[in-house]
Design a protein around this ligand. Sequence first.
Ligand SMILES: [Zn+2]
Length: 467
Amino acid sequence: MKSVIKHHGATNGVTGSCHELKFGEAGFLIDCGLFQGDEAAGKSSADDLKIDFPIEHIQALIVTHVHIDHVGRIPYLLAAGFKGPIYCSEPSALLLPEILEDALKIGFTRNRELIEKVLGYLKTIIQPVPYGEWLCIYDSDSRRVKLKLERAGHILGSAYATFQLLQGDNDEHVVFSGDVGASNAPLLPEAKSPERCDRLVIESTYGDRIHEGRENRVGTLRQVLKRCLADNGVVLIPAFSIGRTQELLYEIEETLHDDKIKEVGKFSEWEVVVDSPLAARFTEHYRNLAEFWDKEARERREFGRHPLNFYQLTTIASHDHHKAFLHRCLSVRKPRIVIAGSGMCNGGRIVNYLKAFIGDPTTDILFVGYQASGTIGRQILKHSPDNGFVVLDGNRFDIRSGVYSLSGYSAHADQQDLIDFVSGIRIKPKEIRIVHGDERAKKALQSKLKALSFDSKVIISRAQETE
Ligand SMILES: [Zn+2]
């Protein structure tokens, strides 16, 4: 009764995570994503992204989480004739239409009517599944498939998916990890390993790395914020909309709550601003879904704190408001932290802030995510130590600001977290397939997993490989 696992993503470097689990005649897709970053820049034509595999037998799409490299290709799936259902966690069911609205605007059309139509249809086929509950998603004469989603601790709503495949008296448990969260991440509870797993498909983004601890990170953040308070400067944080922005706000609130920082002058004038319509909306969702936060975050709230809604925090959605605020920053100096996208500075509102403030020595730029080669963010990191310059919208800007990089903010599990996730499975997998990482990360994780003292076959999965 062995199931078949295929990988449809990453065949041409521009598509993201997309796996297929086949059981008899029935197929199930796990994620349908778009690759992001330098590699995809300018190369992702609509033809490259078209669904190029058969979908007639696909019974359902299961979404592990709403990052664009896991869901961005869903519009193409609908265009290919997929009619649902789409299973995902309850928070993801709320977030998915919003993230796809953005993806549609960027990649498909600006036609409002068409977008509304697609989103309207999408909402009718999304089916939220509560964490931890089994749901029968396929039932034929001889085969049944049940699905269970469990928290993956990566971003709000993230889940790993367990499929129970039943035929006669036999059953098999196949687990797709999606992206697993870092164990020390704030705000969301960490992933607990599945009870039983016969075949495991696991991500390996940081399969060769160990993250900086949370304490170091908060310490560096505190130093930068102190400097900002002392010299009345601006702190610019290029950030992505989902996950990292909210983690940052959580740790900024932690710092603001700290008595040591309250002693520094100008504390009462402090402003924290999230200048991004999407990040503002997602922060709102994070606030409203506090029941999915971890214990520490919920306790803070019970003690009257507002980790994602502290009084110094403002969010900016409209472009007019953005322009007015930028003008105010230039005319009235006070200590400000501005979080704006894009995360690698290749576009978005952060570019306007960089143009205005990168030449000012009281400015601090704080990178909290990986800066891919070829991006403006990478150039700033590279040229700042020797007082270099960066070209923004065709003009040269000297870098006089402080530039820092905080490494521990990844929402991804590091090598140890991934090993712990596998070690914690009580009924161990006979087969582990490593996906979603570069070659070095996959190999490093493979050798670590092989060294664990149980008898699993550990395979590095290549695109389109079938078994
Ligand atoms: Zn992700």
